[in-house]
Design a binder for this molecule. Sequence first.
Ligand code: 4AD
Ligand code: MG
Length: 498
Amino acid sequence: MIYINKLSDHVDAKVTLKGWVYNIRTSKALAFIELRDGTGITQCIVAQDDVDTSVWEAANALKQESSLEITGTVKADERSVGGHEIHVSDLKIVQIAEDYPITPKEHGVEFLMNNRHLWLRSQKQWAAMRVRNEIIFAIHSFFQERNFVQMDSPIFTSNAAEGSTTLFETDYFDEKAYLAQTGQLYGEAMAMAHGLIYTFGPTFRAEKSKTRRHLTEFWMIEPEMAYYDLDMNMDLAEDMIRFIVQRVVDKRRNELEILERDISKLEKVADNSFKRITYSEAVEILKSDATAEMLDKMMADRKEEEKALKQEREEIKKEHGSAKKWRKKQIEARQIEISARLDQIEEDYRNIPKWKESAQNFEWGNDFGGSDETVLMMQQEVPMMVHRWPAEIKAFYMKRDPEDERLVLGVDVLAPEGYGEIIGGSQREDDLEFLQNHIEKHDLPMDVFGWYLDLRKYGSVPHSGFGLGLERTVAWLCGLSHVRETIPFPRMMGRLRP
Ligand code: 4AD
Ligand code: MG
């Protein structure tokens, strides 16, 4: 088989491609078929004069998403998508598709989510899944090249690790079991056997929040390292992120372009070291006058932008009536863009004052909400590491800061451009007695943690690790505003199908 992404090896040769109609335009003597085959899209031109009548008729019978085989000559053409065009000599229909529900016009998100099984074929969705695949591969490469052992942690578990409010409970032969919120505790056991390990698996949280950052089923990568302290942990997290970003920029440029991602922003991330600040410093930034002014300015910028967009909308509306067919299409596409952006601006009008209030009134000791993270990261160009958090708001296993006992040696990595938390991690408490006290304080059942406490009895060592959320990483690198488009079939509150 020959695939579209390898057409450059076959210029001027005759090839057969197998795929689906992404789009089709016909005129009196020509049919332009945008063919997709999973690896890409290429334009195929059928000229009535050059083909048998049956081929011409077949081309005219095609509808969006019909499946077919096309034979033709590959021509290099810089103006075409992908840089090639196929001059068709033969065409075989596999199936004429029924009327396809997803058309180039604008659809609502609910409709698209209900048709997720088909939406996956659309170009941006296609591109996002390929970026996801590249990220997965990059993560494995990063850890494997550094002698980490990949481990699979159990999904049925007997205990909570990240707070008992987000547990999915199941019946395990008359015993309660919970879907894993994290593989970390098991990872710690494996790290004591192998030194350097990482998990790569699905994790589950019964998140009752419908936000752009939350899924109920998401994939997490959790490295765990014996003899690593917090600083080494942060160094590793930074190296990993820069490695992933560089890989995606190198290998998925085409997909990033389809997603209209500003690649220069990702290049900056790969090329620069990350800022590291304490939680207390982050609180000061959040409450500062500079932050309030930044939000006021943002509000003013939105007003300007709204004015300009509305004016443009008026102008192209007038032009539409007398425009040529191709220009009409262009105008309609722009109208969709404008209305989407205006909706976004409306939402910003509602949000920005709330963000400002939340930031100004933030009190030391509280956890950052999604909006606080957004505000902190709105004007950052590279990720920021926030370390040394109040113990009260972090998990039981985090090690106390020897220099300030109100704090734990935890770190969150926040992604720039307003994306917020993508990594949570820490140095782990390695003292048996201290850990027992924490477990009691967190109201966790001691009996199910017996095995975990054993790790602090038999050769306890300083150790650290972190968890990277895959979907949040994909959203950030792709520039997507919601995690629902970062996994083939997202699971969220209120969404179990398809
Ligand atoms: O900060 P979290 O809860 O940390 C842990 O689970 C630790 N056990 C990790 C470790 O130290 N080994 O989650 C880690 C990351 C978050 O930063 C976020 O990227 C992602 O997992 N995450 C979610 N992603 C999507 N939907 C959710 N509901 C998520 N909850 C956490
Ligand atoms: Mg966290």
